[in-house]
Design a protein around this ligand. Structure first.
Ligand SMILES: [Zn+2]
Ligand SMILES: [Zn+2]
Length: 142
């Protein structure tokens, strides 16, 4: 079942054509600044996101490995996209908050738990990773 999504003002719209069942939350400083809090997102393969209305979509290159898309009219964040070469190139991490119907998607992991502000915590028995654990998965040793 496709998931539709949009920014707050509705000028930017998109459709995710793959099934969405799992979401991750990121507490890293970049996601915190960008989203204003905890960024929850769903992984979407490069060929499973179709932009329906993209005229107002802007892209900010936030690091050497990724870029963040947002609506230039209302400021809503839409997705993070991996731009580094490799098998994951082009993968989207669509902001859960931009989906029209985010219900039914379970939170399965928290990233950068060591950067989470101390004043709040997400409940649930899901996987939690520190920044160091996360980077060790991305950068093969040797
Ligand atoms: Zn907008
Ligand atoms: Zn992050």
């Amino acid at each position: 079942m496709p998931h539709t999504g949009s920014c707050l003002c509705g000028a930017a719209t998109f459709t995710v054509t793959c099934a969405l069942t799992q979401a991750g939350a990121c507490h890293c400083g970049m996601c915190r600044k960008w989203s204003g809090g905890i960024l929850t997102s769903v992984e979407v393969p490069a060929d499973a996101l179709e932009i329906s209305a993209g005229e107002t979509i802007g892209v900010y290159t936030s690091s050497e490995w990724g870029e963040r898309a947002f609506c230039t009219r209302c400021g809503s964040g839409l997705w993070f996209r991996l731009t580094m070469p490799g098998p994951q190139h082009g993968t989207y991490y669509v902001n859960m908050g931009a989906l029209d119907e985010p219900s039914g998607i379970a939170l399965t992991e928290e990233l950068f738990i060591d950067e989470k502000p101390g004043g709040y915590a997400l409940t649930g028995d899901h996987h939690r990773m520190t920044g160091a654990e996360f980077w060790s998965l991305l950068v093969p040793c040797g």
